[in-house]
Design a protein around this ligand. Sequence first.
Ligand SMILES: [Cu+2]
Length: 138
Amino acid sequence: MKKYFTFLFAISLVSTAAVAEVQVQDLWVRASTGPNTAVYMKLNNTSGSGVSLINVSSPVCASAELHEIADVEGAKRMQKISAIHVPAKGNTSLEPGGIHIMLMALETPLTEGQKDIPLTLEFSHGEKVQLTAPVKAQ
Ligand SMILES: [Cu+2]
């Protein structure tokens, strides 16, 4: 059963990556410990022009925001940003301690081992990419 789900996950990544100018790698959602949780990934732009991730949505939460971690008077705080830029022929990593996607007001807790969290990523050039993400503890 576990192999079956892994296979489906791999197929969904390959099918979107084949048509996308922006490839999504190492996608995962952090297991929730409260009403919100974070999503991490590496965005790889194969095209010759820069693009930005401008919107994210998921049926598992009320809304999703793009966040960065900034130093505010000596303390690290998350703050909302309007876009995550991916340079031409380059990549941008969303990772713990840095830029991330925040799923706000989860419908239900997300637990380690879930593999099918649906996400829709919308980019500045009009492309929408649908993915499913696994949930990991860290
Ligand atoms: Cu955040």
